[in-house]
Structure formats: C-alpha cells, structure tokens
Design a protein around this ligand. Sequence first.
Ligand SMILES: NC(=O)c1ccc[n+]([C@@H]2O[C@H](COP(=O)([O-])OP(=O)(O)OC[C@H]3O[C@@H](n4cnc5c(N)ncnc54)[C@H](OP(=O)(O)O)[C@@H]3O)[C@@H](O)[C@H]2O)c1
Length: 302
Amino acid sequence: MYNKRKQLLKVVNILNKLAYVTGATSGIGKSLVLTLLKANIDVIGLGRNDDKIKALESEVEALGFKDNLMIVKGDLSYHEAIVDIAKQTKELLEKNNLRIDFLCHVAGRVTSGYHISKDHHELTFQVNHLAVVDLTYQLLPYMNESMKSRILVVSSQSHYRANINFNNLETKTFYTILRSYKRSKLYNVLFVKGFSKMNQQMPIYAIDPGLVRTNIGEKNTSKLASFIWRWRSKKGIHPEVAARHMLNVMTSSEFDHQSGSYVRHGIIVSSNPVTYKEQVIDRLWHETLNMLDIKDFFAKKN
Ligand SMILES: NC(=O)c1ccc[n+]([C@@H]2O[C@H](COP(=O)([O-])OP(=O)(O)OC[C@H]3O[C@@H](n4cnc5c(N)ncnc54)[C@H](OP(=O)(O)O)[C@@H]3O)[C@@H](O)[C@H]2O)c1
C-alpha cells in the first residue's frame, strides 16, 4: 500500500518514477516488475489471477519492496474489462496523487485453435493488439507527458515473417496458431509507428526480446504446440535479460529521440519492411480505431 512516506516524498519532489506493467505475474512481465523495483522505479502491475498475484506480492515483499508495488486485477480479453482496468488504475493514481511515467505492454498470448472474445474478436488479435491500443487510449491521459516518459510494446521477431491482409485482419479465415500470433506482433510494430507519427510528445518503442524462456507456449496451446515450445524455449534467454534491455530503453538518454523504433535485444534495428509503409500504418490505425469506436485517439482528457 502506498503510504504517508510516499506522500511526503511527493511533496519534496523526490518520488520514484512509476511504471505500469501488463502481464506482471509471469515471464518477461514479472521479471520486468522485479527489475524496475530494484532500479527504484515504482510499479503498478496488471494481473488476472489471484494466486499468481499473491505469489508476486510475496516475492516483492521478501525483497523489501512491498510499498513500491500496487496491483490492478483485470482481463485484457474484452473491452468492458479494459474499461474496468482503466477505472481501477485511475482511482489508484488519484488516491496516491500519481501519474504514469512508463507504460509497458507485456501481456500476450499464443493460441491453438480459433477462439472468439466476448466482443467477437479473435482472441490473440484481441489480447495482443486491440487491448494494447485500447489500454493505451484509456491510460494516456494519466501519463506524464514528457520526453523522458515512455510507452513500450512487446512485439516479437516473428513479426518479420508476418503479412497483412486487410480483408482478414483478425485471421478469422485460414487461422493457424502462428499466423495469428505473427500478425498480432506485426500490428504491435505498426501501432508503434502510427502512434509515433501522430504524437511527438510521448516516445514509444516496439520491443523484440528475442527468444525467452517462459511458459507462453504452454498456456493456451495443444499438446503438440506445447511440446514444441518447451523444447524450443530452452534455447531462449532468461526473462531477466529481456527485462534489463527494457529498463535500458526506459531510462537511457540514448533512446530519447528514437520514438517509433524497433528495439531488438536492446539495440535499434529495422523492422519488417511493411512497417515503413505509410498507407499500411494509417490503414491499420483507422481500422483498429473503428473497431474500438474511438473517434480521436489523442482527444481523451482526464
Ligand atoms: N517468450 C518469448 O520467447 C517471447 C518472444 C517474443 C515476444 N514475446 C512476447 O512477450 C510478452 C510476454 O510473454 P512471455 O513470454 O513472458 O509469456 P507469459 O509468461 O505467458 O506472459 C504473458 C503474460 O500475459 C498475461 N495475459 C495473457 N492473457 C491475458 C489477459 N487476457 N488478460 C490479462 N493478462 C493476460 C499472462 O497472465 P498470467 O500470468 O495470468 O498467465 C502473463 O502474465 C508477450 O507479449 C509475448 O508475445 C515473448
């Protein structure tokens, strides 16, 4: 719980920076939470599962950072739940007189079989892309507008192998686990490019962590896909390495004027050539905003 000491520090203006991390209870997100806390950055972590939230809180308490972590519980798989996440976040921020410095979209899923969300969107598309856009829209008014603030969207090297088909954006036909995942990660990069084009006040980056040893491929997948992932991910890096690269993007002045960049293993590299096509960036931006019924992405005020 944020305490009186925090209020006092706020008055004398030496309060830690505040990061908002989705997917805070496992894998890269959990490592990021711990890395940020150790770097004196306070965290609001978004989790969806009570047991995992408790486990994270216990680990954080054991490290002595209990007062530096706040939790919001919510589901990114449909719009109404995202509105609720934003409402809880707003209440938490207002109660503690805080604003967000770093917004880190880490949550994501890989899904065997075609599944539809409550809002009738394909689930991987919903959680990996629509939720990123929706939550950014909802939380942007609560962020510190500064060239030192950051939005990070975790994409993936798999986006290089994705194509875009505006007649089948959600992979509602010809669905395969990889086609849907790769496309959602391509959309992450296109969103970052679109956002950076339209907003020069808030730096935003697409993060490619490389192959990371997590359980993502075992959560919503078939036995075969799960087996393949277990075997493949053994060659991956530890999530803490990915988290340290992200911390560097958030805090190093090297990234100050690099908004819209694709950062792989902590280094700016080129993304899929299609992500540089203005027409593609603009069309995905407009199609996504139409789906979410957002008229003007940057008009929302708190
Ligand atoms: N692992 C890799 O090699 C790799 C490579 C490139 C990119 N990435 C990306 O890295 C990000 C993190 O993945 P990871 O590998 O760390 O896997 P992970 O451990 O499974 O983390 C995914 C996180 O997303 C959360 N999540 C999933 N669906 C959600 C929903 N509907 N509502 C709220 N939270 C939800 C999960 O919650 P729970 O904790 O409750 O499960 C989990 O915390 C993903 O975006 C992934 O695409 C991973």
